[in-house]
Write a protein that binds this ligand. Sequence first.
Ligand code: WTA
Length: 656
Amino acid sequence: MSDEETQLEARLEEQDSFEPPASFVEGANVSDPAIYDEFEENWPECWERAADLLEWDEPYDEVLVDDDEPFYEWFTGGKLNASANCLDRHLDDRGEELAIQWEGELGETREFTYEELHREVNEFAAVLRDLGVEEDDVVTMYMPMIPELPIAMLACARIGAPHSVVFAGFSADALATRMNSADSEYLVTCDGYYRRGDPLDHLSKANEGLEDAERETTTVVVDRLGDDLDHELGENQHDYDDLVAEQAGAVVEPVVRDAEDMLFLMYTSGTTGEPKGVKHTTGGYLSYAAWTSHAVLDVKPDDTYWCAADIGWITGHSYIVYGPLALGTTSVMYEGTPDYPEKDRLWEIVEDYGVNQLYTAPTAIRAFMKWGSEYPERHDLSSLRLLGTVGEPINPKAWKWYYKHIGNEACPIVDTWWQTETGGMMITTLPAIGEMKPGSAGPPLPGISAKLVDETGEEVAPGEAGYVVVDRPWPGMLRTLYRNDERFIDEYWSAYSDEEEDEWVYFPEDGAKIDDDGYITILGRVDDVINVSGHRLGTMEIESAVVGVEGVAEAATVGGDHEMKGEAVYVYAILEDGYEPGEEMEQAIIEGVEEAIGPIARPEKVVFTSELPKTRSGKIMRRLLEDIANDEELGDTSTLRNPDVVEDIQGKVSGD
Ligand code: WTA
């Protein structure tokens, strides 16, 4: 490193706040700090600004109806169709502009103008109808990052059939659970996809899942791999291309949906073993995804925008599909891994497509940092105007690396905190307003009333840590858990609401700190959810997979700190008599978890123990196991029924 560079590094290391670059502020969609007050003074009508980004078939009567809290309704009486908002209304002005630019892992490309995407979506909507899909039928999708995924989602939206996308990396079991929970009778999947250049069989996994499906299922299979993988279709399974060919040129009128009609379901992990079916609506969700894409990601129609997440997660729903397409921009979609064939793949894509905004996860940034700055340096990244992160806390070191080596100190970074349940971003700086503080997400967005409280619900003072709560509704919020209103109230509203006073407070189950400027630094989940590389995994789901392995009597899982992944899965297992701890059992447990959930949940470490630390009432002390995993000072162990076990486990964790 030259002296100059060393000095620069030293300066960056010390600097703990950054002003938005002037070059960015000039052209930003939102740059007037008065927006915070405007929203505050005019709440909830301020949210008309979000609704105005959409085209409504019939105007709404009321912005917010809160007669039956916490079952809020947004833009009631309004009617619209999400697919028409993402496609049809752009046709006149932007029909020939690119909507999606797709790149496969092997380097092949496919492009869709708004017109072309519109055609594909219409044809597939006709296919779905022909197969018998009716309004409000849930269609499950189990697909990797191929264009047919957004096409199928928008086709569903067009005919008013909610989609439920299951991440392709999830296991067959996970697919079956989600299909059964949603009573879904339709599945769209594919034969396979490429990972690090090798074709990967996906259909067998889907078929394995279908064996456990409770309902008879009609399946559509996309042929992604061509001759690279022969596959046979079973009964009730159809080839995507064949069906679409039959519908060539079909036009399907977008079904007029009520603002509060369900747009999609998205399953996510929670405290108990059963995944939660988060319900999002057409009017509120779509306007919120569009508004946050506009205000936070600064998306403009002429941009080339890239969110490098997977559509199988909420980030991809809101910020690859719905937000950017609602705004009529060009969205880049990449199928593969960031280090194939080389570690500069992402930077090559940024350069080739002239990407203006890049939105990715801290775990990826930490990997780029480890690989080294020589990879981005090989490419011209000057098209970038804004950078974003999502999914987990970003450490200041990674933030600064991103700022310097990817953004060339000329791009604001938005560190966006939100959840599957919130539909869109909630806490982040606006990129042209206010300073950025590495590691801290920032203040709540205009109109969002997020606060930090202590256990009793009192707001904490600046400098202190507390729990994040949101005490006013917002358009993108989940409306309920699918067919489970009770669990919806229980999971999100029971901790801090005062029913008698009719005060409803949403609890996202995250801990955080707040500073004098009202900037919120997210510390992480306070429930039994582990955040591995920005992916949410429930400890109970993993534990039940471990206990399902032959020979395991009892198990506990916790998240241990991990340099790259943020958190990693630690398993503590007690074996039945007659089973020996050792490599074989460890392997069986790892495989059991991969099979039940997927490779993302693969345990980092398996510790065999004869007992688990328990309170006198018999509850496993997971906190303690977490401290042990992180080699941290242990708190009070006197409430344990079996304090001796702690030392034993500590020895096993640090012993190898
Ligand atoms: C965590 C992903 C810190 C948080 C959009 C939240 C974050 C969970 C951030 C939701 C961030 C998300 N900083 N933590 N910028 N963004 N999280 O539902 O713990 O997959 O509760 O939604 O991710 O994960 P989910």
